[in-house]
Design a protein. Structure first.
Length: 159
């Protein structure tokens, strides 16, 4: 957190343990909207934990943990720096082909090496038996998560 985050400026909320459960639908009206329907019977909003803190604090959650935030209702920005980390053997399922083609094989290989924090790039992807749902078809405007949600017809659970 780059500045203090409290209830007023729409902090992130997570539902602990959901990374081990089923993947809830992030679709509305037949398109990926980047949000779970608050009416989904498996969405247990009452178990959400609010992640507030002081400037310099950090929170960490698994990518599959259900998470979201309410709108920022304060007069202060919610300035947060996001780091996304993955194991070197966790290869992308969606987007890899266009990513490789855009950079070319040499550029892709150089980029992979540049992104390694510790260890070495791995040429044998780790494949695990976990549920996966592709975020397709895309919403009309998917230039940001907020625009994806708005143009995809998502309803907020935290509004």
């Amino acid at each position: 957190m780059l500045e203090d985050v409290d209830e007023a400026n729409g902090p992130l909320k997570v539902i602990p343990g959901t990374h081990k459960g089923p993947v809830l639908s992030h679709h509305a009206g037949g398109v990926f909207c980047g949000a779970v329907d608050p009416e989904d019977p498996l969405f247990e909003q009452d178990k959400a934990v609010t992640l507030t803190g002081k400037a310099g604090d950090m929170t960490i959650h698994h990518v599959r943990t259900l998470h979201g935030s309410a709108p920022n209702r304060s007069d202060r920005a919610r300035k947060i720096l996001f780091y996304e980390l993955a194991r070197a053997d966790a290869w992308p399922i969606l987007g890899a082909s266009s990513y490789i083609h855009a950079l070319g094989q040499r550029g892709f290989w150089a980029d992979l090496q540049d992104r390694v924090v510790t260890g070495a790039p791995c040429l044998t992807p780790r494949l695990a038996n976990v549920p996966v749902t592709m975020p397709l078809p895309p919403a009309k405007d998917n230039t940001s998560i907020f625009k994806t949600q708005a143009s995809g017809g998502a309803r907020s659970a935290f509004a």
